[in-house]
Design a protein around this ligand. Structure first.
Ligand code: SAM
Length: 289
């Protein structure tokens, strides 16, 4: 069966009484080159265990199965159970887990299903949960790479360079945890139903260590979020108005001590810049005690 042939998919789905759900981000691929290229970009081999999120009818799952040691696919929509039972027949190294990816105990899942392998993620992500899913995957620190298709707009934000309109808090968070690559675009015509926007495939490669040392990561990300939450404001005003316990004077002194113009906005700061400011503010506060 050709799992990217629309006629075949439609017949299969009709046979099992399946209905597309918009709220589950169900846009299935109907161009064979796309799952092939995504699976190829994930860099798989026999020693790799792949976590897939949302197999749908299983077109990407089958490509992953051909290339990896083991594939574990987590699918929220239980009505796809009989469909996947049919389409994944013969894929001995695939295990489908029905449930919400956001509710999985990821370390336990990998231990139970793919022990002894190196772990990566490869998926055509449901767009409505892109941010929480990527956050959970990166914070888990369990995956060497995460190769995913997401909305182009979000992909651009994730991979954005500083001082560009796309640079923001989520991009800084992702780049803190991983090196980012924007690989290729996929037009709406490659899906059924067609989404309104273009998609992009990105690859995130886990960093062995944070890009720069920082004393308190939670404080760093509080600063980053505050800086971009009010990105038109100067950093001094954005932080003083949103980070409890931080005054304009603290930020001003920290910026001056580090040699920054005190009128800067967050969007001009690199990861290293945010890190040194997040270390310097408590230092200034302690010195003032
Ligand atoms: N992999 C298929 C493809 O490329 O054609 C389907 C991708 S479709 C964009 C997203 C899939 O994720 C759907 O099958 C949907 O049911 C599933 N899904 C949505 N939310 C989910 C969640 N929270 N956990 C697991 N799967 C989810």
């Amino acid at each position: 069966m050709n799992l990217t042939d629309y006629k075949e998919i439609r017949a299969l789905l009709e046979k099992h009484g399946f209905r597309f759900s918009k709220s589950l981000g169900q846009n299935f691929l109907t161009a064979a080159w796309v799952p092939e290229d995504i699976a190829e970009a994930a860099g798989l081999d026999e020693q790799t265990g792949v976590l897939e999120i949302g197999p749908g009818v299983g077109c990407l799952t089958r490509e992953l199965s051909r290339r990896a040691g083991k594939v574990v696919s987590v699918e929220l929509d239980r009505s796809l159970r009989p469909v996947l039972a049919e389409t994944l027949t013969g894929c001995e190294n695939v295990e489908v887990v029905f449930g919400d990816i956001l509710k999985q105990d990821l370390p336990a899942l990998l231990d139970e299903t793919m022990p002894g392998l190196r772990h990566v993620v490869c998926a055509n992500l449901p767009y409505n949960v892109t941010t929480p899913v990527l956050t959970a995957l990166l914070e888990s620190g369990l995956f060497e790479t995460v190769t995913v298709m997401i909305q182009r707009e979000v992909a651009r934000r994730i991979c954005a360079a500083l001082n560009t309109p796309d640079y923001g808090a989520f991009g800084v968070f992702v780049q803190w945890h991983a090196e980012t690559e924007l690989l290729f675009d996929v037009p709406p015509s490659c899906f059924v139903p067609q989404p309104k926007v273009t998609s992009s495939v990105i690859r995130l490669t886990r960093r062995a260590a944070p890009p720069v040392p920082v004393r308190d990561e939670d404080f760093l990300f509080r600063i980053v979020r505050a800086a971009f939450n009010q990105r038109r404001k100067t950093l001094i005003n954005a932080l003083a108005s949103q980070v409890p316990g931080v005054t304009k004077e603290d930020v001003e002194k920290a910026l001056a001590a580090l040699g920054y113009d005190t009128r800067i906005r967050g969007e001009v700061l690199s990861l290293g810049g945010f890190a040194e400011i997040s270390d310097k503010i408590p230092e200034i506060q302690n010195a003032d005690l």
